[in-house]
Design a protein around this ligand. Structure first.
Ligand code: 5AD
Ligand code: SF4
Length: 485
């Protein structure tokens, strides 16, 4: 299913039938043309401000957009007011995030009044929805380019069109959410110690509340050779913490010609890539999470002893309405197996409060579940109605005020449980990766396998090398420790 699309291939890419002539052609050639044009206009590299909202998948996409921009000759800035190009990589999972993005785009209008040559591009999940792309075109006249979720390869041509002919571009039906995976894109990562590596794109689950399958399209896995090659290269460049990304990593391999599943991919990365590094992954779906996967976590020393297994709700009735295809009994069996097979495993989850039709009784079952499992931390969300999803039409009687109260109750309970779990680490030893200076003078901050923050006194030369730390204290946000000599 993956298409080897080498951006720097010597032969021109074949234009897709029906595309407008300006937007077809060889991306590599447009990268060259844009960089020539930029060199002609600017004495020093013009600056780009790239901001990604939302999940890690989006952050990872943002690194590919930045990679392309760097290839075209842009430098980078954290200050949008000094940028010649602003690229906002948007998220559509919740309405609040969308409102914030629209507000931010609106506020950028005044930058353009001072600098008419500024280019504003909006990409990502939000713009994949045609009604949003149309709205940006109509009501946000200062926006220049709007691209959907898989349109990386078109960016150079579109930028060239904007730079030389002042052409604006707004996503149309040709920006399909189902286009093939493009290999070989340049990536500009933040930092060198940690990296995201997407192993698949899209989602086939259609949970009834979720917009992702509509904006990111059907599941497409990358070939294992490409994933292994990328991980090997990252490790050789000094990367020590690699997170494999996908909306549902447990169904990795579906549709590939090679016979491979996610557990096998983990084992192969563990066995075939040499070096001192660790592997994380997210996100798992409880329906597809298998004992085989938990066995792989247990058996592979490089795989972190951490499982992010979003349960969403503690009520079977709500799970059915959410189209999640598992019961709490099944979920708890998996958790039990994970705790037995991987002693000390760190568990985390996502929970939605206030799904349409959720009753107080359903919500109390969620509270019960989180007591039973003992999560290290939770990602909690108030349900947000998304247009086009199945749940959009479900009656919702619980008031926003009531939902906020439940939400706070959930946070308070998790606060107590999380603290108990943090306290239980005191006296244990953890292997951690120091990442940089800690909050207090002379300390370093680091992450454990279970993704807990651990701060300890240490020399900056330890950054980037795994160390053993004896845990001496616990706060609610981090553990304290001392290096074991
Ligand atoms: N409302 C609230 N939370 C949502 N999520 C996905 N869609 C919605 C929605 N419409 C949450 C789920 C998912 C996480 C990434 O975002 O908990 O696991
Ligand atoms: Fe959304 Fe469900 Fe797919 Fe996750 S598994 S991206 S919640 S549809």
């Amino acid at each position: 299913m993956t298409q080897q699309y080498d951006l720097f291939a010597p032969t021109p890419q074949k234009p897709e039938k029906g595309e407008e002539s300006f937007f077809q052609g060889d991306a590599r050639e447009y990268v060259r043309l844009v960089s020539q044009e930029l060199a002609r206009r600017y004495e020093t590299p013009p600056l780009a401000y790239v901001h990604s909202y939302g999940c890690q998948q989006n952050v990872s996409d943002g690194e590919r957009y930045s990679g392309l921009l760097a290839e075209m000759g842009y430098g980078f800035t954290d200050r949008p007011e000094e940028a010649e190009l602003i690229l906002l990589n948007t998220c559509a999972v919740r309405e609040n995030a969308e409102k914030r993005v629209l507000g931010n785009i609106g506020a950028m209008k005044h930058y353009k009044e001072h600098r008419p040559n500024l280019i504003i591009a909006v990409v990502g999940c939000m713009t994949q929805q045609q009604h949003i792309a149309d709205r940006l075109k109509k009501s946000y006249r200062h926006v220049d380019l709007v691209l959907g979720t898989n349109a990386f390869i078109r960016l150079p041509a579109l930028l060239f069109g904007r730079l030389t002919k002042n052409q604006r571009y707004f996503k149309g039906p040709e920006d399909s959410e189902n286009s093939p995976i493009i290999e070989g894109l340049p990536v500009r990562r933040d930092g060198t110690l940690k990296a995201w590596v997407p192993i698949m794109h899209g989602c086939d689950n259609f949970c009834s509340y979720c917009i992702v399958p509509y904006v990111r399209g059907r599941e497409r896995s990358r070939e294992s050779a490409s994933v292994i090659q990328e991980v090997r290269q990252l490790v050789s460049q000094g990367c020590r913490d690699i997170t494999l990304l996908g909306q549902n990593v447990n169904s990795y391999g579906k549709g590939l010609e090679e016979k491979i599943n996610f557990s096998t991919l983990l084992r192969r990365l563990n066995d075939e890539v040499e070096g001192d590094f660790r592997i994380r992954f997210m996100t798992s779906h409880p329906r597809d999470c298998t004992r085989e996967l938990i066995d792989a976590i247990a058996d592979c020393p490089k795989v972190c002893k951490h499982l992010h297994l979003p349960v969403q709700s503690g009520s079977d009735r709500v799970l059915k309405e959410m189209n999640r295809h598992y019961t709490i009994e099944h979920y708890l069996e998996l958790i039990q197996y994970a705790k037995e097979r991987v002693p000390g495993i760190s568990l985390t989850s996502d929970i939605i409060v206030g799904f349409p039709g959720e009753t107080r009784e359903d919500f109390e079952q969620t509270l019960e579940l989180i007591k039973q499992v003992g999560y290290t931390s939770l990602f909690t969300f108030i349900y947000s109605r998304r247009s086009g999803t199945k749940a959009e039409k479900l009656p919702d009687v619980v008031t926003a005020e009531e939902k906020s109260k439940w939400f706070q109750e959930l946070l308070d309970l998790q606060g107590v449980i999380g603290q108990e779990i943090m306290d239980s680490y005191v006296g244990r030893r953890l292997r951690v990766l120091p990442e940089g200076p800690g909050r207090e003078e002379g300390t370093l901050t680091s992450r454990s396998d279970g993704n807990l923050i651990v701060e300890f006194p240490g020399d900056p030369s330890l950054v980037g090398n795994f160390v053993e730390v004896q845990i001496t204290g616990a706060m609610n946000w981090a553990l304290k420790g001392e290096v074991v000599k």
